[in-house]
Design a protein around this ligand. Structure first.
Ligand SMILES: NC(=O)c1ccc[n+]([C@@H]2O[C@H](COP(=O)([O-])OP(=O)(O)OC[C@H]3O[C@@H](n4cnc5c(N)ncnc54)[C@H](O)[C@@H]3O)[C@@H](O)[C@H]2O)c1
Length: 332
């Protein structure tokens, strides 16, 4: 039996998911909802779906098995709750939102509903991410250096801090998530942000440069640097231990051990396809083991990035372990 899927938000990233799901014989694209009905109609026309501009009407009439939420960070409102309370499984694009108390409340409703909820940390589905994780199994990590350096995203809401959360929260969250995936939980952050350099971008209120000093639960230390004022794109994670160094950068994994260096190129054609196929399979089978980014896990990545923002504003380190220990229900 195929999985009947509906969408909320059919802008940029939704096109990637629609294409991937269309290629999956076990997925049936049934409906698209967008506050811009013209976008919903365009997507619906292309993939044989029904177009809506009202989420409640869509859920009521189409009764989908699963909902892809592909709205911008500021627009989550109670969309997750609407789906969860109807027993509709969720795929939620990163970041989960801009407000931890709202994200926690959603996580709680999702858990109570017992639905499957996955998040869009697609890099976890790269073959090299698995290889890196396997290599690091049982190894002691001393330091984690991560970066996300690129140019300015012209998506209209991206430049506004109150709408996107800024580059670290919205974009470099992929890198933060990869550091957590490979090096484990983050316990504290101490961040600085620089806001200059964007004078030619009217209305821009996000930071142009960010540096975060990170403390891991394992005792490892590290940094995460981001900028959106570069002419090219570089993103990656470097993990340093006694006599080894692992670097996952783009689609290349390099492992230095002793005096030997090995380099691997990814063979994953599309990690979005792998991710969306895994979601469809999980909904069909009820076996969630193929999901590499759950809502609860993505919540912790959101917490790190939002805590870094808080730290940059206050000028003080922010402890993440403290707030998590205060909320034992958030532990997986
Ligand atoms: N996983 C990835 O690699 C990746 C890549 C790009 C974007 N994203 C994430 O996907 C999300 C969407 O980004 P995008 O680039 O597609 O943005 P976008 O602006 O291109 O598209 C968002 C769409 O949502 C619609 N929308 C907004 N509020 C809505 C609401 N309340 N109900 C229904 N529709 C609504 C907009 O009209 C628009 O069509 C963001 O959270 C972004 O971070 C993830």
């Amino acid at each position: 039996m195929s999985v009947r899927i509906a969408f909320v938000g059919v802008g940029g990233i939704a096109q990637t998911h629609l294409k991937a799901l269309h290629a999956n014989p076990d997925a049936e694209l049934v409906a698209a909802c967008d506050v811009r009905l013209d976008r919903a109609e365009a997507a619906a026309g292309q993939y044989g779906m029904v177009a809506y501009s009202d989420v409640d009407r869509m859920l009521e009439q189409e009764k989908p098995d699963a909902l892809f939420l592909c709205v911008p960070p500021f627009a989550h409102s109670d969309l997750e709750e609407k789906a969860a309370r109807r027993g509709v499984h969720l795929f939620v694009e990163k970041p989960l939102g801009l407000d931890m108390s709202a994200i926690r409340a959603k996580a709680s409703v999702i858990r109570e509903a017992g639905i499957l909820a996955a998040a869009g940390y697609c890099l976890r589905y790269l073959d090299l991410a698995q290889q890196a994780k396997e290599y690091l199994r049982g190894k002691s990590i001393a330091m984690v250096r991560a970066q996300y350096m690129c140019g300015f995203a012209e998506t209209p809401w991206w430049r506004e801090l109150s709408l996107s959360g800024g580059q670290l929260v919205e974009q470099a969250t992929h890198t933060v998530d990869m550091t957590r995936y490979l090096a484990g939980d983050i316990e504290s952050v101490y961040a600085r942000m620089g806001f200059g350099q964007l004078e030619d971008k009217p209305g821009a209120t996000i930071a142009s440069v960010t540096t975060v000093s990170v403390g891991y639960a394992s005792g490892a230390i590290g940094c995460i640097d981001t900028t959106c004022i570069q002419p090219d794109w570089r993103s990656g994670v470097e993990i340093i231990g006694r006599d080894y160094r692992l670097t996952l950068s783009g689609r290349t994994l390099t492992i230095l051990e002793g005096t030997e260096t090995q380099t691997f190129q990814s063979e994953t054609a599309s990690y979005f396809q792998v991710q969306d196929d895994a979601f469809v399979q999980a909904v069909r089978s009820g076996d969630w083991s193929g999901i590499r980014s759950t809502y609860d896990d993505a919540l912790e990545t959101a917490e790190v990035t939002l805590a870094a923002h808080e730290s940059a504003v206050s000028g003080q380190p922010v402890s993440i372990a403290g707030s998590r220990l205060g909320s034992p229900e958030l532990r997986r």
